[in-house]
Design a protein around this ligand. Structure first.
Ligand SMILES: Cc1cc2nc3c(=O)[nH]c(=O)nc-3n(C[C@H](O)[C@H](O)[C@H](O)COP(=O)(O)OP(=O)(O)OC[C@H]3O[C@@H](n4cnc5c(N)ncnc54)[C@H](O)[C@@H]3O)c2cc1C
Ligand code: HEM
Length: 485
């Protein structure tokens, strides 16, 4: 991995505490500053003075709650000292602390191997490590608490997942760079500034030292510090660059809200400033009802001359944001949008066909892709398999069939999982089976959007049909990487 493992010669690890990974604070200054004084990192509380309390487990509260979960130890001395400690207290997988990957061979390992081993160990107790990380962060830096949602259950492993993603992308510097740049741009909407990174880094290292003790040691620590610094720097640089041309977020007023079924709404918004994006991408969205709770939604159209944006939202049982959007939102309500993200884009240089699998509201970005092909005015075969549980759930079939009638190169096949196909003349069964039935697809690229399970089985099916991984796209890079694709 070039981006993360490159050594800048700084002796990052073992420097004894504050300010090891203080990244440069603007895009012009890409070089990592020497270890030393922290860059406007807020001063810590006296260690151990604020014992965190358990976090609420159920519904989020509209107002901030300042209750981190576990009771972390003071960060002072950790993680720098962790490698030298004899036994860090309370890890889920206790082992000889400070030994690092054992044996002389460990000396030969590069940063990516050291970090990979550390992550593999950390994954076994990822939940505890995550809880510890956030508890420590909010105790040591209480003012950061209000940047995060009131209740964080279910969402809070994303930092670790991002690191896992970064580690898995070690060998693809370009993809890693793109991923981290997107993450950095996306962090502007949270109010993240460069000075926050050292605070997060310290708590992260403390969590890793504690929950991956078998692989922790001075060299692993130094590798982590280098990697974290490089990751942070990429995110900070991308945010600084983005600041020059885009707002941190967009306010977007709902101009129409159409219930297509009792669970699915088609929502159109008008952003307060031009919103540049590409067909196939998605955005992050915050509602006024759940502050700081962001969810992703795909654009259901290619960019339009009127600048309006449309989303298809399905309310999931007890889902905070989706239920609010479907049941509560009305024209005139103002949502907040983050920057566009996602790489499920049409390659307009290629001649290949598009084999599209859209499950449920996953049909939304597929429709955007079709409009994108239409706007280029170059006919290429597009085969759409539109899956849903029942006929009733094929809420956008009419639109899709209209598109099919207008373009001879487009074919739309509805597929319903439950019961026999009926009025919609849908195929019965699961999406992958239908795709197999009509294959093989040697001259097609795969595009998939829908629930994660559908994407997983869909990707396996397309690979099984001989479409190589690099020609299969879907809307979540994390998901792709976690699958080991
Ligand atoms: C890249 C991307 C694009 C997306 N695009 C869209 C889109 O265009 N339209 C859309 O409706 N959604 C889309 N989603 C899903 C969306 O981001 C939310 O996850 C979804 O709306 C649920 O959020 P919530 O806050 O309502 O539920 P949460 O409060 O997050 O979840 C509540 C409960 O529901 C469960 N749950 C979460 N999602 C589902 C689900 N799909 N089915 C059943 N149970 C679930 C959770 O495990 C939890 O137990 C997309 C997701 C990603 C990653
Ligand atoms: C290397 C450093 C970091 C990485 C890899 C990282 C990664 C992530 C990821 C993957 C998410 C999930 C949502 C998204 O994609 O935007 C997230 C959310 C978030 N991050 Fe970071 N982050 C880092 C540093 C920071 C810093 C320094 C702050 C500032 C305090 C911060 C604050 C937040 C907040 C407030 C959220 C939203 C939380 C939520 O929705 O639950 N992050 N981060």
């Amino acid at each position: 991995m070039t981006t993360m493992s490159g050594s800048d010669g700084a002796s990052a690890g073992g420097s004894g505490g504050r300010g090891w990974f203080t990244p440069a604070s603007d895009a012009a200054s890409a070089e990592r500053p020497a270890p030393g004084a922290p860059d406007a990192v807020p001063s810590q509380q006296t260690a151990g003075t604020a014992a965190p309390e358990p976090e609420p487990e159920h519904e989020p509260e509209p107002e901030h709650a300042h209750e981190p979960e576990a009771a972390p130890e003071p960060v002072a001395g950790a993680p720098a000292a962790a490698a030298e400690r004899t036994a860090p207290a309370g890890p889920a997988n206790p082992g000889p602390a400070g030994s690092g990957p054992a044996g002389p061979a460990a000396d030969q390992l590069g940063d990516s191997e050291l970090i990979g081993a550390s992550m593999a160990e950390l994954e076994r107790s990822a939940d505890s490590a995550t809880a510890y990380f956030y508890a420590l962060l909010f105790v040591q830096y209480p003012h950061l608490r209000e940047m995060f949602p009131a209740a964080m259950d279910g969402q809070r492993d994303r930092l670790f997942r991002a690191l896992l993603t970064a580690v898995r992308l070690f060998d693809d510097g370009k993809l890693l760079g793109e991923y981290l740049a997107g993450l950095g741009r996306g962090h502007r909407k949270y109010g993240t500034v460069p000075a926050h990174y050292p605070a997060v880094g310290e708590c992260l290292m403390a969590a890793i030292a504690r929950y991956a003790p078998d692989t922790w040691g001075p060299r692993t620590e130094a590798a982590w510090v280098r990697a974290y610094t490089a990751i942070s720097q990429t995110m900070i640089d991308a945010a600084a660059e983005d600041e020059r041309r885009a707002p941190a977020w967009w306010d977007a007023e709902i101009v129409s809200h159409e219930l297509r079924t009792s669970e699915i709404a088609v929502i159109t918004v008008r952003p307060d400033q031009p919103y540049p994006f590409r067909a196939g991408q998605y955005t992050s969205l915050e509602t006024p009802w759940w502050p700081r709770v962001w969810r992703h939604y795909s654009f259901a159209s290619a960019p339009r001359p009127d600048g309006l944006l449309t989303f298809h939202v399905k309310s999931v049982p007890a889902g905070w944001v989706s239920t609010a959007l479907v049941q509560r939102a009305r024209p005139g309500d103002v949502l907040r949008l983050g920057p566009p993200a996602g790489s499920m884009l049409v390659d307009h240089e290629a001649d290949s066909g598009l084999l599209c699998l859209g499950g449920g509201t996953g049909i939304a970005p597929i429709k955007a892709l079709i409009e994108d092909v239409v706007s280029r005015g170059r006919a290429r075969p597009v085969e759409v398999f539109y899956g849903a549980r029942t006929d009733h759930d094929l809420y956008d079939l009419e639109t899709m069939l209209r598109l099919q009638d207008s373009h001879r190169w487009l074919s739309v096949r509805p597929v319903v999982a439950a019961g026999a196909a009926s009025a919609a003349e849908a195929l019965a069964g699961e999406l992958p089976d239908a795709v197999r039935r009509y294959g093989p697809w040697p001259a097609y690229d795969g595009y998939l959007s829908g629930p994660p399970g559908m994407i997983r089985t869909g990707v396996e099916t397309l690979r099984g049909l001989g479409i190589p991984t690099h020609r299969i796209r879907h809307d979540s890079l994390d998901e792709l990487v976690v699958q080991g694709a």
